[in-house]
Each structure stands twice: as structure tokens, then as C-alpha cells.
Design a protein around this ligand. Structure first.
Ligand code: SF4
Length: 473
């Protein structure tokens, strides 16, 4: 018998920073590299080359990305940089002249070519092929599905369009095929992401494509409905309150899409929203929220807000607090305005002093924490569905911590001390109202027989400012 001894495949280490969209980019790159015969290395020491997928959204994220590049160079030395900060190749090269290559966001071919050059693949017909659903960096039971790249808006505090370009939507049939494979491979929750989910298909004039014998428009409503038929939870992120968003609410009422909307309102004051150049800046948002809740009483709304935007007066800020009090959103993340090089807001007059930003940030977080605690307390005694994320020791980290996940939690979360309940966690999951990494969790005191990806009925026994505590039935 002839035995072929294959040489060891080259190994790639990955440091993935930034938002879920960057995570999806990392997954695509690693899927392609895996198809080309590369292995992944869990540490710097075992890697033939380290790929750093960077974030360039805020100056603090840029600094974090630069630090990650520095660490990879110090620990390994052979580093390829990609992602949003890759747009600023001169900044990276000035600080780290030894990086092997720098590529920008969505330059999949370029980054893969750079890895090939740094650590050439071994041509072999025996190489393991990629699993049907591609390589995933999120746990198998939930998956991010990116439906478009880029953005047609020009919000005054944001440089994403200059980094990622204008909106480019994917074909709906391609998205649905990918989602179907993910579900077949064990995904229980599909998280729809983009820069602006409500704008999906605008660039391709909502053209129709055939899917399972029927035409499907490249439109958020059609896509959400078809995704909902695949049998997994479907969660919509980055939805702007355009009028047609009203049309996905019935899909939630039907149970096709989770009763969850992640809408980045960013502010409430009409004056500040205008200055921010926000899309779908509709003064009647509160009225619409009320109508949505009439149709879907358990609708959970998550949003983020920027405090201390240039020109934000005490009056504007009081308006925001009063709006939040009335809107009673389920999940709120607040950010202090950060002047980003290249964003129009950076050079606007009337910049708000840091101590005022801090005070306003704390006021929003305190108010939101109180509202959240009140809303969660109402759930005590009820029975809800929970998707199990981990069955683990109480101290174990969340699935993405160490790769940017901790940062996401910290930024999107309330500043609350760890709960006393966390000593007795048997399993941890999420309700339909909780997206991974950014929202709350449901802690089960009894993990008996459960495994990640299970969906169980849980009786809620207790709550705090952002989490629920219960026992599986
Ligand atoms: S909608 Fe505004 S904040 Fe969001 S990516 Fe587009 S320009 Fe940036």
C-alpha cells in the first residue's frame, strides 16, 4: 500500500477586532484560507502568519487596533493587516514598518493573496474542504448574516461610508442560500447585519430573484419573511425607522421574525438629529413605537445614543432624557461623542467639554438601567423561551471575549457591578429580547442536560438591571 505523508499545512493566527460586520469579514477570509489548505492557529507561537482584522470607526478603536498589530508583531513578527484601519496604510506602516501587507475592508482577494505570499499554501488534492456553511467565528448555534456592504448616508460623526463606500446589497437568493446552509449546519439564530438594514436593496432597485420557484425582492420585508421560513430565530440589527419598517412588525406578530428591533436612534432632539444628518429622522418616532407595541406587545427595542455631540445644549440633553423616559426602550447603549479624524462633526463649532459628556453619559446610563430593571422585573414569574449559549463554570467568559467580545459587551452594556446571582450559574442563554454580546442574558441555576443551541422554556424567578434568572422547565 502506498502511503502519502502530507506536509503540515501552514497555520494562520487571527485577531478579529471591531463590530459584527468585521467578524463576518474575518469569517469569509478564514473560510477562503481554509479552502486553500490553511489551518488556524489558536496562538501566536503556532502561527506562520498572523492576520489582524482592524477597526477604524473611532479613534479609540484605531488605537486598540494599532496596539493589536504591535502585539502581533512582538509575539510573532509575521503580520498581515486588514479591515477598516487598513484604509490608513500609511499610519500603520509609519508605526510598524515590518508589517508584511496592509489591505482595506472587504478586500478579500487581496488579503488572501497577502497570506499566500507570507506563508505559501501546500498544493494537495487531499486537503480538507471547508464545511458547507463556511468557517464560523461565532458559536455554531448563532450566525451573523451580512446582507449588504457600505452605506448611502453621511452621518456627521461617521466615517464608515468613506471607508466602506456606498451601499452594495447582496442578492436575496444568495443570502437565503447562505442562511439555509447555516441552519442546516446547526444555526438556531440568524443575526441580520449591515450598516443600514432598512435600506437593503435600494441600490439594486429592489430587483427580484427567484428563490425556491418564487420571486423574492431585494427588500428588507421580503428577505425577513423568507429568512423567517427557515426555522431559526431571525434577529434584525441596524434598522432605521423608515416608513416601511412598519411592514416587518406583522412578521414579528406572526412569529417569523423575533420581536426585536435594533434601531440606532443616536439622539431624540430634532435639532441634534438634523446636525447629525441622521437618516429617517421622523419626529413621530414615539408614536410609531407605541403602534408597534400595540401590534407586538413583547417587542424589545435596543438602541444607541450619542451624548455630547457638538452643539448639544442642556435643553437638547433634557429633551433626550424626557424622550427616553417616554420611549422606555428595553436596551440602551450610550456613547460619548468622540471626534474622529475625517468626520464632519469633528470640526463643528460648540464642542462639548469632556466632563459634561461624562455627566450626560452617566445620566443616560442611570436612567436606562432603571427602565431596564423595571421592565425586566415585570417578567419575573413568567415563562419564556431561552436559547442556551453555554453550559459552563460560573466564571467562564462569553464566547467572543478575548477577540473583541468583551469590548462589545462593555460598550453596549450598563455599567453595573456583577450580580450576586452569577455565583450559581448552571447555564447561560438569551431570550428573544437579547442579542448576543450586546444585550442581557438569562442565567439558569440548573443546567441539567442542556447544551449550547438548545431552546428551552424557562420560568423566570428573579431579575436585575439587565439580566434574568430562572430555572428550565
Ligand atoms: S447610517 Fe450613518 S452612522 Fe450608519 S454607517 Fe451610514 S453614515 Fe455611518
Amino acid at each position: 500500500m502506498n502511503v502519502t505523508i502530507l506536509p503540515k499545512p501552514p497555520r494562520v493566527g487571527l485577531v478579529s477586532l471591531g463590530c459584527p460586520k468585521a467578524l463576518v469579514d474575518s469569517e469569509r477570509i478564514m473560510t477562503k484560507l481554509r479552502a486553500d489548505g490553511y489551518d488556524m492557529s489558536p496562538d501566536y507561537a503556532g502561527a506562520d502568519v498572523v492576520l489582524v482584522n482592524t477597526c477604524g470607526f473611532l479613534d479609540s478603536a484605531k488605537e486598540e487596533s494599532l496596539e493589536a498589530i504591535g502585539e502581533a508583531i512582538a509575539e510573532n513578527g509575521r503580520v498581515v493587516v486588514t479591515g477598516c484601519l487598513g484604509k490608513e496604510a500609511d499610519v500603520i506602516r509609519a508605526r510598524f514598518p515590518d508589517v508584511l501587507a496592509v489591505t482595506g475592508p472587504q478586500q478579500y482577494e487581496e488579503v488572501v493573496a497577502a497570506v499566500h505570499e507570507a506563508a505559501p499554501p501546500i498544493p494537495s488534492p487531499f486537503i480538507d474542504l471547508v464545511p458547507e456553511a463556511g468557517l464560523k467565528l461565532t458559536p455554531r448555534h448563532y450566525s451573523y448574516v451580512k446582507i449588504s456592504e457600505g452605506c448611502n448616508h453621511r452621518c456627521a460623526f461617521c466615517i464608515i461610508p468613506s471607508i466602506r463606500g456606498d451601499l452594495v446589497s447582496r442578492r436575496p437568493d444568495a443570502i437565503l442560500r447562505e442562511a439555509e446552509k447555516l441552519v442546516a449546519a446547526g444555526t438556531k439564530e440568524l443575526l441580520v447585519i449591515s450598516q443600514d438594514t432598512s435600506a437593503y436593496g435600494v441600490d439594486i432597485r429592489h430587483k427580484e430573484w427567484p428563490w425556491k420557484g418564487e420571486p423574492v425582492r431585494a427588500h428588507m420585508t421580503d428577505l425577513a419573511r423568507e429568512l423567517g421560513k427557515l426555522g431559526a430565530w431571525v434577529r434584525l440589527h441596524y434598522v432605521y425607522p423608515y416608513p416601511h419598517v412598519d411592514n416587518v412588525i406583522p412578521l414579528m406578530a406572526e412569529g417569523l421574525v423575533l420581536p426585536y428591533l435594533d434601531i440606532p436612534f443616536q439622539h431624540a432632539s430634532p435639532k441634534i438629529l438634523r446636525a447629525m444628518r441622521r437618516p429617517a429622522n421622523d419626529a413621530k418616532v414615539l408614536e410609531r413605537i407605541r403602534k408597534w407595541r400595540e401590534q407586538v406587545p413583547d417587542l424589545a427595542i435596543r438602541s444607541s445614543f450619542v451624548v455630547g455631540f457638538p452643539g448639544e445644549t442642556e435643553e437638547d440633553f433634557s429633551y433626550l432624557l424626557a424622550w427616553l423616559e417616554e420611549a422606555r426602550l428595553d436596551r440602551v447603549g450610550a456613547f460619548k461623542f468622540e471626534a474622529v479624524a475625517g468626520a464632519p462633526a469633528t470640526t463643528m463649532d460648540d464642542q462639548v467639554p469632556e466632563d459634561v459628556k461624562q455627566e450626560r453619559y452617566e445620566a443616560v446610563m442611570a436612567l436606562s438601567a432603571r427602565i431596564s430593571a423595571e421592565k425586566l422585573a415585570v417578567k419575573v414569574g413568567s415563562t419564556i423561551e431561552v436559547l442556551i449559549d453555554r453550559v459552563d463554570e460560573p466564571e467562564s467568559p462569553s464566547p467572543l471575549e478575548g477577540e473583541g467580545g468583551a469590548e462589545h459587551r462593555e460598550r453596549g452594556h450598563f455599567d453595573a457591578p456583577p450580580s450576586e446571582h452569577q455565583h450559581s450559574i448552571g447555564a447561560t442563554g438569551r431570550s428573544k429580547a437579547d442579542a448576543p454580546e450586546i444585550d442581557g442574558e438569562v442565567h439558569l441555576r440548573d443546567s441539567g442536560g442542556l447544551k449550547p443551541g438548545d431552546i428551552v422554556q424557562v420560568r423566570i424567578e428573579d431579575s436585575d438591571e439587565h439580566d434574568l434568572f430562572g430555572v428550565p422547565l
